[in-house]
Design a protein around this ligand. Sequence first.
Ligand SMILES: N[C@@H](CCC(=O)N[C@@H](CS)C(=O)NCC(=O)O)C(=O)O
Length: 340
Amino acid sequence: MPKSTLPPNLIIKLGRWGWEQVWHVMMSQMAPRGKDGAYIRPESAFRDSVSADSEAKYPAAAGRYRLFVGMSCPWAHRALVVRSLKGLESAIPITVVSPSPEAGGWIFDEPFADFKGPAAGTTCLSLAQFYRQAHPGYGGRNTVPVLWDGEGNGIVNNESSEIIVILNEAFNEFAAHPELDLYPEALRAEIEQWNAKIYPAINNGVYRCGFAQTQAAYDAVIEELFGALDAIDGVLAQRRYLCGGQLTLADVRLFTTLVRFDVAYHGIFRCDRRRIADYPNLSGYLRDIYQLPGIAATCDIPAVKRDYYGNLFPLNPGGLIPAGPDIERLLMQPSDRQPL
Ligand SMILES: N[C@@H](CCC(=O)N[C@@H](CS)C(=O)NCC(=O)O)C(=O)O
């Protein structure tokens, strides 16, 4: 007599149902979602500023502040680009963190023990411990970038769009290139117009594609993302940078998403209607910025591949990392943008 077992199709149905439930739970933990399955990015909690004014709560100084960054993160990369363009390497040191699947977040490459005052002697292995140490009771996400005040042992700001404004204007006394203004008064309105388009549709748009939990949520964003890329490709036929001949913070913010696009977002986030390489003007623009002095050194393409494919478990449970494309070679091809 054959043993009575569940029919195979029922087992498959149950397995699928179970895996889907687990998938939604894991996705929502990685990326909070709304009722419609769309990704909702939490607000950054620390929004203070550093000022050139010596009487300010956080006065600019060399060596007092530190940036915490992850090399794969496009938001942290914004801060690294501005730090490099302004020549702030010696005034603002960095601490690099790496993602750890076991810890479920960023961990320090070297245990962090650089606290002063009452916290002196404390050692942190993870960025989560660091946030808690710096701000007991903090219950938000433990994100990079972080601009940290080593004197007061507090987080000044953890919102990249604000950190880059601070780096552009507060530290000129200590910058190798104080004359470089990436957020000039005369262009601010135009820069903000670009930001208002590029942030939702492109910077956050790629995440909204990748973290969507329903087909409808994904379908809506993919339209918005490629609509925005198509439009910008058109504008860049006539202009070297978004606001004309001068590189601004709007370009920095677009650049750090574009440089990750073909190598990560196109695959793992399913942003695959076109590649940046397929856009004549956007691809030249990307190469042009990549080849500016100091910029390539801020780009860690192997880390981008490793972290997106290797650490976003619900999107790639096997953790396999694809071989292509050979983006670093492509990025060094001539950009032919200078005549613009
Ligand atoms: N709005 C923030 C977003 C920063 C952010 O989401 N960083 C990601 C890395 S790309 C992170 O650290 N995520 C960890 C987490 O959410 O737990 C900013 O622009 O600074």
